[in-house]
Design a binder for this molecule. Structure first.
Ligand code: CO
Length: 134
């Protein structure tokens, strides 16, 4: 069921500094920063040969990553995103096996314009998991 690793997301306090580091020091291909008010974050995507890195900076008062940055003052790994062919089938299978889907359980349109869901980190050994329709 599980497909490619679409991206690893890193929460950062300063997305400009983080983008510069990846561009200049690591020589990576780094996108422009895109505010995503519906998701409470600003995102940057870094394209690597085999996957992407998503940088997340809090946006607005109710950012879903604000608490994470309170606990992890320097930032850190926030989630991993796996591709699935059929997000509804994947969700229903995981729910049947006891995994908890965050929010109202319905896919939302994510930063790539594709349906995504998040799975509770307690059900995945402490890692927040995003599923994205491939
Ligand atoms: Co993501």
């Amino acid at each position: 069921m599980i497909g490619r690793l679409n991206h690893v997301a890193l929460a950062v306090r300063d997305i400009k500094k983080a983008s510069d580091l990846y561009r200049k020091s690591l020589g990576a291909e780094v996108s422009a920063a895109v505010p995503q008010p519906a998701h409470g974050v600003t995102t940057v995507f870094i394209t690597l040969p085999n996957t992407k890195i998503e940088l997340l900076e809090p946006l607005g008062d109710n950012s879903p990553i604000a608490k994470f940055l309170e606990k992890n003052a320097d930032g850190g790994m926030h989630h991993v995103c796996y591709e699935v062919d059929d997000i509804i089938a994947a969700r229903d299978r995981l729910k049947a096996e006891g995994a908890r889907v965050l929010g109202d359980g319905e896919p939302k349109i994510g930063a790539h314009g594709k349906p995504v869901l998040f799975l509770h980190p307690k059900d995945f050994f402490g890692t927040l998991v995003e599923l994205e329709q491939a």
